[in-house]
Design a protein around this ligand. Structure first.
Ligand code: GUN
Ligand code: ZN
Length: 438
């Protein structure tokens, strides 16, 4: 007799962008108050009402081994579209905005990643911390050292996580030991692509840090790699901070805008994703939309570093895909729930809003779409990889109490994103296997 594993409990997942279902938000998600996810070889075999699925599998003579999570909430794992594992140990460092923060805290820490043993230790901690926060996939910066890339890919692969990462390309305006050259960055990135890209659930991301730390030759080399390797990603930062924007104007006086620098070197495209995107104009937005370039919204980082307020409405109006991101260690939390909390507040300050449905869509399917991996993860469509989490809606006395006054799913989700954090994550499953249990 065939046996399959299943999990049973309240289930929520998104099938569309709520902002594109204006009349009928309910058509953007499926919610089963007594739902069941049936798993087959790490993939979703079925998702629906437990009662009807139980009857169906019984009729087919398939036995189900069921784990039950009544009173919890089962959702797709969160996807963090921009984060830096080498900055784990500088998270929450006092008193600076972007450019000073990089010099004072970030570069000194990243220098230490020349030590492969340190890189391995931090990479393992980082992946455990992702899972402990319910994040099952991430797009990650390593450092300039190729061994730092090996470390994060090895740690992710040991947990069978879907993860993208890349070696930082940086050949100026940083400590000499943290700089490569246009040639070595090209060669080392190329070797890492051949070694890691498409291995199991891993993908490579070409990673020029940001325009100010790359010469024109290096940006050209990044563009060459991006054109040469189909399916490989490109990640960078753009228009995060006003001093940074002014510096880019000095360094690249010929460019109409900061984004224009990347555009000039062929660094926009379907698999390119840029963090922050705060100080962009309409022409930049149009260019991102035309090229299929995605954005990462990093609210805890943007508030912590005093960078500015992301314009979600403008991004949506332009038709740009937006993923959620922690941007650890400029960001102050590994928790996607905390990230949604601060995203809501950033948008409030910008005269905008973030409905709870929009928020949880952004953290799951929306982030998967921004990374062009929504054919693999992001929701519970049959055949997708079974990365999911179990959320405890009564994890603290306050949250438990608050939930008793939530009258419907929307109110529950909003209270969860405003009050929740790692304490709410009961379990995280990767390809159908429990990789974290509280
Ligand atoms: N811009 C260039 N490098 C970084 C970084 O490490 N963090 C953030 N937040 N912005 C950057
Ligand atoms: Zn970043």
């Amino acid at each position: 007799m065939t046996r399959l594993n299943a999990v049973r409990g309240p289930i929520l997942h998104f099938i569309a962008n709520p902002s594109q279902c204006a009349e009928d938000v309910e058509s953007s998600y499926q919610y089963f108050s007594d739902g069941m996810l049936v798993l087959d070889k790490g993939r979703i075999a079925a998702c629906g009402e437990a009662g009807s699925l139980l009857a169906k599998y019984q009729l087919e003579g398939i036995e189900l081994e069921i784990e039950s999570y009544p009173d919890k909430l089962i959702m797709p794992g969160f996807i963090d579209t921009h984060t830096h594992y080498p900055q784990t140990d500088v998270i929450g460092s006092y008193g600076a905005q972007l450019l000073d923060w990089l010099q004072t805290y970030t570069f000194p820490m990243e220098l230490r990643f020349a030590d492969a043993a340190l890189a391995n230790e931090v990479a393992n901690f980082f992946c455990d911390e992702l899972l402990r926060n319910g994040t099952t996939s991430a797009m990650v910066f390593a450092t300039v050292h190729p061994t730092s890339v090996d470390a994060i890919f090895e740690a992710a692969n040991a947990r069978n996580m879907r993860l993208m990462a890349g070696k930082v390309m940086m050949d100026r305006h940083a400590p000499a030991e943290l700089c490569d050259t246009a040639e070595t960055s090209y060669e080392q990135s190329r070797e890492l692509i051949l070694k890691w890209h498409d291995k199991d659930r891993l993908s490579y991301a070409i990673t020029p840090r940001f325009a100010p730390t790359s010469t024109e030759q290096q940006l050209e080399a990044a563009g060459k790699l991006f054109a040469e390797f189909e399916g490989v990603y490109l990640q960078s930062h753009v228009a995060e901070n006003l001093d940074e924007v002014a510096w880019v104007k000095e360094l690249f006086p010929w460019s109409r805008s900061y984004l224009g620098v990347y555009d000039h070197y062929g660094l926009l495209g379907e698999r390119a994703i840029y963090a922050h995107c705060i100080y962009l104009d309409q022409q930049d937005h149009q260019r991102m939309a035309e090229t299929g370039t995605a954005m990462s919204f990093c609210p805890t980082s943007n508030l912590f570093l005093g960078s500015g307020l992301f314009d979600m409405n403008a991004a949506q109006a332009a038709g740009i895909r937006v993923g959620m991101a922690t941007d650890v260690g400029g960001g102050t939390s590994f928790s996607m729930l905390q990230t949604l909390n601060e995203a809501y507040k950033v948008l409030q300050l910008n005269g905008q809003s973030l409905s709870p449905f929009q928020a949880f869509y952004q953290a799951t399917l929306g982030s998967a779409e921004s990374l062009r991996m929504d054919d693999k993860v992001g929701n519970f469509e049959v055949g997708k990889e079974a990365d999911f989490i179990v959320i405890d809606l009564a994890a603290t006395p306050l949250i438990k109490r608050r939930m008793e006054h939530a009258n419907n799913l929307k109110e529950q989700l909003f209270a969860l994103m405003m009050l929740g954090d790692d304490r709410n994550i009961e379990a995280a499953y990767v390809m159908g296997e429990c990789r974290y249990h509280r």
